[in-house]
Design a protein. Structure first.
Length: 502
């Protein structure tokens, strides 16, 4: 009902319809306007959106693209439309994918192919206000449209397809398609689920921007060039070369950790001691691993209260990777028969001082919001290994920057290490009996292997392929750049040949 929240009232009439004019009103005023014949539009409660939009995104295979970085909110909304007979919404396009359910009455929809594929913004000539006109049009014109028109002439729509919805009908219409809607009955009510999934440009753009932030050259303010265009141009050429060098190190594995492509929302909390993430990955002591270009692990400040942390828990991280496992509480969260031996072993794995870390992947946006954030709870047997990884990762970054600053190409091994090295770092140094240390070696390897699997699944590490693993340094980059230039030349020659044949 209109009383559910703020509404927008829009004046409508029989065609030819004047442009719509919207005004935000409260629920009481909306009810008065509806009785006077105005059309109503309002958002559904956030609780309903959180319930329906993620489920629809998951059903469509959207995975990470169906959630916003950072808070993980669903990328969509639900609107309700109430209008009377003869109300017309003129031709326009949307940038969301829409599922419309007609609850009461009937409407006629007309459709015509849109001007661009996968549009970034809508075209809304049906509104009286043109406040978004320049934003819409500048994006429209950079998307290779079929015409430069904000709205095509009426003759363009003469052969539009038409469909009529009655109560109980559902309609899907994709982003970017021109559409026109007319109510055929009084008290027409429909709801619309609109999805605006993340694009490849969003994902890759954030990743590249994060890489650029790692460069001291590119972090420098672009100042001091007023009145010196030649000097400014030379500086721009230099930074563009740095951009190309950085961008060429990015891989698909950096952008898409396995956990991001899973159907369900990634776990927000992982207890490394009990997690089964990445269990299918085969790990041997001689295997080599590579640090992701887009991932960091930071230690969270100690002393966070259990109550405060539990208030933000999510059922999506359930099972042994949930909050109960993080704090070692609750027998129900740990599988097993409950025998004395098994309970003792479980307590040994989780015993001692715990450390809590946050793993972040891909946060190169204005809000520094991570596409993936996982809270890692690490018991004492894993702590030395985690700290070794963090220090090795930082050392690799610093070494790479020093070599690049000197004009060289870092060797491919800079960002890699072997599982055997991590195992050695995870063994506590003591003056105890060598026999006792040897007896515990299988247990240490089991813990190290589990840690490697979890971190590979969550995108901090990548297992280096034994054969065909590509180098990320000098020759690869230069060859890749040459291949790109050769491709451009071939495309230009092909286009010239087609023009000459035409």
């Amino acid at each position: 009902t209109p009383a559910a929240g703020p509404a927008a009232a829009a004046a409508g009439a029989m065609e030819p319809a004047p442009p719509l004019e919207s005004v935000a009103v409260d629920a009481e005023a909306a009810l008065v306007l509806a009785r006077a014949g105005a059309a109503l539009y309002f958002r559904a409660p956030e609780e309903l959106e959180d319930l329906l939009v993620p489920g629809l995104c998951n059903a469509l295979g959207a995975a990470f693209a169906g959630r916003y970085p950072g808070d993980g909110k669903p990328r969509g909304e639900i609107e309700t439309f109430i209008a009377g007979r003869g109300h017309v919404t003129g031709w326009h396009t949307d940038f969301q994918h829409n599922f419309t359910l007609q609850l009461r009455g009937s409407k006629t929809w007309r459709f015509k192919r849109g001007p661009v594929e996968h549009n970034i913004r809508a075209l809304t000539p049906h509104y009286r206000s043109r406040s978004n006109y320049e934003q819409q049009m500048k994006l429209h014109l950079t998307s290779n449209p079929s015409s430069v028109d904000f709205r095509p002439p009426d003759s363009f729509f003469e052969d539009a397809e038409e469909v009529t919805l009655s109560a109980g009908s559902m309609l899907y219409h994709p982003a970017g398609i021109w559409h026109h809607v007319e109510c055929l009955t009084d008290n027409s009510v429909s709801i619309n689920v609109s999805l605006s999934c993340a694009t490849w440009a969003d994902l890759v753009g954030d990743g590249i921007r994060q890489l650029l932030w790692a460069s001291p050259v590119l972090r420098a303010p672009a100042v001091g060039f007023a009145g010196e265009p030649a000097r400014a141009r030379r500086a721009a050429e230099a930074v563009l070369a740095e951009v190309r060098r950085r961008a060429n190190t990015l891989t698909a594995d950096d952008l898409l950790p396995p956990v991001l492509t899973e159907a369900e929302e990634p776990p927000r909390r992982v207890n490394v001691a009990t997690s089964r993430l990445g269990a299918a990955l085969a790990v041997r002591p001689g295997d080599r691993f590579r640090f992701s270009r887009l991932a960091v692990i930071l230690q969270l400040a100690p002393g966070r209260s259990r109550g405060k942390d539990s208030s933000s828990s999510s059922s999506a991280s359930g099972g042994s990777d949930g909050e109960a496992a993080d704090y070692g509480g609750g027998g129900s969260s740990t599988a097993g028969s409950g025998s004395v031996g098994e309970v003792g072993r479980r307590r040994a794995v989780g015993a001692g001082v715990r450390r809590v870390y946050a793993l972040h992947v891909n946060f190169g946006n204005e809000d520094v919001a991570s596409w993936l954030r996982v809270r890692l709870t690490v018991s004492q047997p894993f702590a030395a290994a985690i700290e070794w990884l963090r220090n090795r990762h930082l050392a690799a970054r610093r070494s790479e920057e020093a070599v690049a600053a000197a004009g060289g190409n870092p060797p491919p091994s800079t960002f890699t290490f072997s599982a055997r090295e991590l195992l050695a770092a995870a063994v506590p140094h003591s003056s105890g009996s060598g026999g006792s240390s040897g007896a515990r070696a299988p247990a240490r390897w089991t813990r190290v292997a589990r840690l490697l699997r979890v971190l590979c699944h969550c995108g901090y590490l990548q297992k280096v392929r034994a054969t065909g693993a590509r180098s990320l340094s000098g020759p690869h980059r230069s060859n890749g750049g040459q291949r790109a230039r050769d491709l451009v030349v071939r495309n230009q020659r092909h286009a010239a040949a087609r023009r000459s044949s035409d």
